[in-house]
Design a protein around this ligand. Sequence first.
Ligand code: UDP
Ligand code: MG
Length: 316
Amino acid sequence: MKTIDLVVPCYNEEAGLEHFVLETNKVIDTLPEYRFRYILINDGSKDKTYLIMKKLAQKFENVKYISFSRNFGKEAAMYAGLQHTTADYVVVMDADLQHPPKLFPQMIEALETEGYDCCATKRDEREGESAFRGLFSKLFFKLSNKMTDVKMPYGAMDYRMMTRQMVDSILELGEVQRFSKGIFSWVGFNTKWISFKTVDRELGTSTWKFSSLFRYAIDGITCFSVAPLRFTAVMGAVIFLISLIYIIITLIQTLFFGITTPGYVTTLCAVLFLGGITEMSIGILGEYIGRIYMEAKDRPIYIIKHSNFEEDKDIR
Ligand code: UDP
Ligand code: MG
């Protein structure tokens, strides 16, 4: 019998977690030839998520949980979950039912009969998302596909089913600053993309703010590409060439015609323009140095406070 682990990061999901498990169980019951297991990760929730997880674990023996000592972010939660998987297939999904479990049969089919290593999802309609946010994410996908080796379609989501082999490859990338969408793509393997209409979150509220989305986009690009650094170098070279031409022209003018105008505007423009560019380049450099600094510290990606994986060890 094939086994399937469901990795579910949860942050302040008290309102919908039980509903999620009950709804997902309905789909699981239609697939009796597979053994499913939940790996719920409580990412330092401030509400009763942990208590609900414990209750669920008592009620259903296939519910495993890991509870962090604080909020480490969805990326850390996914990593922790993946590290605890042992199944033949692994699913990564959200706890808010925005990732419909009814796609499981389709995903299993892609892996088992169509020979894919991964079946991932993307959204084709972005209802419930503001025009501004939609525009921003389109721009992000365009930019990151251009600038990095990581190719993903517009609207790519984390929700996916992967083979054991692919999960093991993902776990080999132990970087502290994780950008899973990029990592999933970077490890390669054949991915089938299926799209579905997104639904609004049923219970609870989305915890992502626009500012965190912006951070996410910057991370997405800087984690997989040094193109911004190259861009600053190219920009410097172009400015140098232009200034050289300008210097020659002014020199000739001064030599043959003497100094005619005080050149206040030109000086001001040059100073401000170059100042701006220098600041920006330092900023881009800083972004990468910051990343090196965080990686160099090599801190653990997460810290576990409670987990019911320990209980298994006692039995053995
Ligand atoms: N999540 C998490 N840690 C966080 C923020 C979110 O584990 O710091 C989880 C959350 O519980 C949910 C998933 O990540 O299962 C996606 O979060 P959300 O629904 O808020 O984001 P969106 O659907 O808007 O991408
Ligand atoms: Mg959501």
